[in-house]
Design a protein around this ligand. Structure first.
Ligand code: CA
Length: 423
């Protein structure tokens, strides 16, 4: 067991029972405050901890770390040091925050400088994303969408159970939680219209996803096996991969998603490490038909992460519209990495890989409004008395995720964003 994952550990920092940021989590992120432009940080309970202050005060002297590594604007260079280094830092932070360890606790001046209330800092985009790939790895989601457009007999395309389908997305428009954005405009064509038109998207939707981030490159031309895949994966964030359904319907033939997908994708600010999620690994579904040899894998690689989507109309109470779980994926991270690099494609540090919309078997577990309302046929009742088929201007969509086992909770916080009217 990784030392920092010990379920018996308790922190001397107060951690509320429902906090995602227990001492067993120790995620990484980047924050800024009034006099601090950007710092690498971890979260514990309701507080964030400035790792640069700890580094400069000698608390990491046993670990080989470059000067200024925690004073950068993204986690990329820290992640590039490798997972073994991040593991040492996480274990050290766990030691420093654990009941019985007085090193940091007794140093009042360092504590005063290093700890901030989470509510008083601003979380920034944690990584600079060079490349973004979006998979389509939830069978229920692929089945639901396929059923709507082709009927249940032909719902899954012939390739779907032989390879983790994906496309290359846009990295520049991936933004951090809290970044409000305007409803996209685009070209659409109504079924009964003679000509297409350009204007605000009418069918704006969220997609409930997880994304993993890579920290280790492979040389161009050198595939990564399922056995080595995990070495390349640093951790996970929550991802809301917004979709403009009406724009997508008209534009996607024959090359796939483009402007319906690249106007904004939001991620949660805390990168929860693969290490922290290890206790929550579960087995995946039986894969039938048998996959090709390069997609076979040893050891479980699915994660039991509870996911929730809530919708808050302007200035009113939120309504939970979906509860799902990341464990429902058909294809797992090892297979996604092996397939992505099977032709020699090179991964880069900071690359982000969306899971694809995560839908579970029950109706309330669907990961998009398209599925939850079944193309708008069954609107969702909101607590303020209105109803929703898709996302309206002024709506805030909030996604949350956490794992829980043996009394230990490890979570992601939330990713949220408000939709402003089209400009
Ligand atoms: Ca997606």
């Amino acid at each position: 067991m990784i030392k920092a994952n010990d379920p018996s550990l308790k922190s001397w920092v107060e951690v509320p029972e429902t906090s995602d940021f227990s001492i067993q989590n120790i995620p990484f992120g980047i924050f800024c405050a009034s006099n601090i432009p950007h710092r690498t940080t971890t979260a514990i309970g309701d507080k964030v901890l400035d790792l640069a202050v700890l580094h400069n005060s000698g608390f990491f002297k046993e670990i080989e770390l470059p000067d200024g590594i925690f004073e950068q604007s993204t986690l990329n260079n820290f992640m590039a040091l490798g997972k073994p280094v991040a593991r040492l830092v996480r274990n050290r932070l766990s030691d420093l925050l654990a009941v019985g360890n007085e090193e940091l606790k007794s140093n009042e001046s360092v504590c005063a400088e290093a700890f901030h209330e989470m509510s008083e800092v601003q979380m920034l985009m944690p990584v600079q994303v060079p490349n973004y790939t979006d998979f389509y790895s939830s069978e229920q989601h692929a089945f639901n969408v396929g059923t709507m457009f082709r009927g249940p007999e032909n719902a899954l395309m012939p390739n779907w159970k032989h390879l983790p389908v994906a496309y290359h997305g846009r990295a520049s428009s991936i933004v951090v939680s809290g970044t409000d954005f305007h409803r996209p405009k685009g070209q659409t064509k109504a079924v009964d219209a003679e000509q297409p038109s350009f204007g605000p998207c009418k069918l704006l939707d969220f997609e409930l996803e997880m994304a993993f981030i890579t920290c280790k490159e492979n040389p161009l031309g050198t595939p990564v096996s399922t056995a080595d895949a995990v070495d390349h994966v640093f951790g996970f964030v929550l991802l809301n991969d917004w979709s403009a359904r009406d724009i997508q319907k008209w534009e996607y033939v024959p090359l796939g998603p483009f402007l319906a997908k690249n106007f904004a994708s939001h991620v949660s600010p805390w990168v929860v490490t693969m290490d922290a999620l290890e206790p929550f690994i579960v087995s995946g579904p039986d894969q039938d038909p048998e996959v090709l040899p390069y997609l076979k894998y040893e050891g479980d690689a699915h994660f039991d992460i509870n996911l929730q989507v809530a919708l808050a109309p302007d200035s009113t109470e939120e309504t939970v519209v979906a509860n799902s779980n990341y464990k429902y994926m058909y294809w797992n991270v090892k297979q996604q990495v092996a397939h992505h690099t099977g032709n020699g494609c090179n991964l880069q540090v900071g690359d982000m890989y969306g899971s694809g919309t995560i839908s579970g078997p029950e109706k309330e577990e669907y990961g998009s409004m398209l599925e939850l309302t079944w193309r708008g046929e069954h609107p969702i009742q909101m607590k303020d008395g209105t109803e929703r088929k898709f996302i309206q201007d002024g709506d805030t969509v909030i996604m949350r995720g956490y794992s829980e086992k043996n009394g230990v909770r490890v979570g992601f916080g939330e990713v949220k964003a408000k939709v402003l009217p089209a400009q």
